[in-house]
Write a protein that binds this ligand. Sequence first.
Ligand code: MTE
Length: 344
Amino acid sequence: MANHSRFTPGILKKARWHIQDNQVTPESVFKARRHIVKAMGLGAIGASISGYVQAGLFDLFGEQPQTSFITTPLTFEANARFGQDEVRTPFDKVTTHNNFYEFGTSKQDPSDNAQQYKVEPWQLRIEGEVERPITLDYQDLTKLFPLEERIYRLRCVEAWSMVIPWVGFPLAALLKKVGVTSKGKYVAFETAFDPEQMPGQKSRLMGGGIHYPYVEGLTIAEAMNELTLMSVGLYGKTLPPQNGAPIRLVVPWKYGFKSIKSIVRIRVMDKQPPTSWNQLAPHEYGFYANVNPAVDHPRWSQASERRIGEGGLFSAQRIDTLPFNGYSEFVASLYEGMDLRQFY
Ligand code: MTE
């Protein structure tokens, strides 16, 4: 495995039409531009040309293409303990500025390429060092546990962030259901492997050099922590495919690449499992990947972040990054006595 990769989660050679994070457009301007596009008759042209060219056209006006995924409303209760007072990142940013390399490496690729992704039927297997292994079907994912809404900050290792209202259930509830044995020290997660539906899994270039299926892992203490969420929805509805439908992990105190999408297997293990980004570039992406402003990425600072969807027309707001992404009170005790430079 290469020591150093030119691929990073999203820091790649950008296509010419790539929308800069600091050029995200407030909704009012976005709508006004839609009118300009219409008035110029470009809407009709847009309909007759390829999505490839269309992307460039939209970028000219700072607009992101609309997506057509179908999501259904969920029944849940808001959990007032988690972020109800935070300013949420607008839905259109949450669903069009994504990292999901199975669908391509640019921020718009997942929303462009995942719309036809079929999530039903789906099976999620929970196995390994557990007393009662189970396989959940698509319907089970939203029915087995009471769902709650939690508003979490998501901090990507690329130094941008969002605030997302997730709907889901604690991973701990699932692990309690299957009963972790005394040998269970780590939890491994695996994304679906389906090259027919996930074009990034077919082409090494389109898939960013990752060896698929995408895999991730947590210690058992991290997995059992109350913050660790299995998400089945956002903004009150089932997950759009580009955000990891039908079920994904959300670990808000860690860099976003730990929050693995479209999970088909959870395996409790006695050893630390391999993780995709660590395999690709071990010196850049560690197993722990806790958000830490004091430990820079080898190629950029982690001291601050761009909050997507806030700020003016050409600038997203730059804010200080907080240790453990501001969740120290929940998780700092997990790492007491650990050198976080060594265990990055
Ligand atoms: N999961 C899979 N299977 N494939 C990916 O490429 N990207 C990760 C993570 N989960 C990724 C993934 C990264 S780098 C980030 S920042 C988050 O998903 C982004 O989640 P979002 O697109 O819902 O904001």
